[in-house]
Design a protein around this ligand. Sequence first.
Ligand code: ZN
Length: 376
Amino acid sequence: MISTRILTKLVLNGRFQLIAVFTLFLILAACTSEVEVTRQVEVTREVEVIKEVEVVKEVIVTPEAQAVAPLPETASGAAIPQDKGYLVEDLGDGLYWVTEGNYQAMFLTTGEGVIAVDAPPSIGEKYLKAIAEVTDEPVTHVIYSHSHADHIGAAGMFPSDAVYIAHEDTASQLARPNGPQRPVPFGTFVGGSPVPPPTVTFSDKYTLTVGSQTLELEYKGPNHEKGNIFIYAPKQKVLLLIDIIFPGWSPFFELAVTEDTPAFIQAHDDILSFDFDVMVTGHWDRLATRGDVEIQQEYVLDMQANAVQALKTVDFMAIAGSTGFENRMLLFGTYLDAVAKECADLTIAKWGGRLGAVDLASESHCNRLMESLRID
Ligand SMILES: [Zn+2]
């Protein structure tokens, strides 16, 4: 029971961090639209409003923010054309990836219509502009990589008569009605909205061929959440799997809020079993190589070993000597925090400077790994 409560606390902490980052994305999006407003205002010479927007855009870096480790070269990605607000790049044979710098999606031209994979609200209608930049074909097929609204919550912009394809677990999660478990409509806090339900679902494998293109869809288990699928373009040797690999960076907090830590770790071997050259990972501003996957695997396995080490060495009874036994939550909370901190200290000593934000994210990963070692 105590473990469950502490786990819940950790999960909630992860959600708060997620909310904080998503809120940042929304603020960035709002700033972008404010820039557009500013241009209009300049035309109408409403100078007072322009000054107000300039105040909003001012960034004051606090000493705490300045104290974090500098980002290594591995963490830098492609330049996003500021006039468009997105980058679209040809991956060969009609396959493209698109990003606004924080999220990624991909699409294929087939000669008979476009297959769009995912629809992040942070990219939104810029995705439609990216498609129109390279083809006149309409979107005829939409694939959901998984059910999370931050990756598919803009799918309502695609034609309602398109074919919508997803894993059966994604379909069942999207079918949850609003109510106590979903007190606000799907996508509300990530800038999205309810999406068309999948019209085609599968359980293990599904091959989609449209015109000249083929995508192989495969489910290998709940590595990030139930229903998260591998999407492989064999002709282009490109793999898409979302929310597992963060090329050049430590993964997003709490192992990217995985629902299954052992499966998250296994996913690295699953990824490397595909014959791919580059991978669309869903986040940040560059694609992943096989080398990125291997480095992240080494980092995660190192952290797991450090969590084992910390569980063996942090002295529970010594901590009880300082907290007493009466307040169990104080005792267990202090102990688990000490284990996670020891694991993080060992990790940061080796990995600081090799991946972005190791100093910020490792303790949350250690929490997840430690809890998994204790109870999975
Ligand atoms: Zn996700």
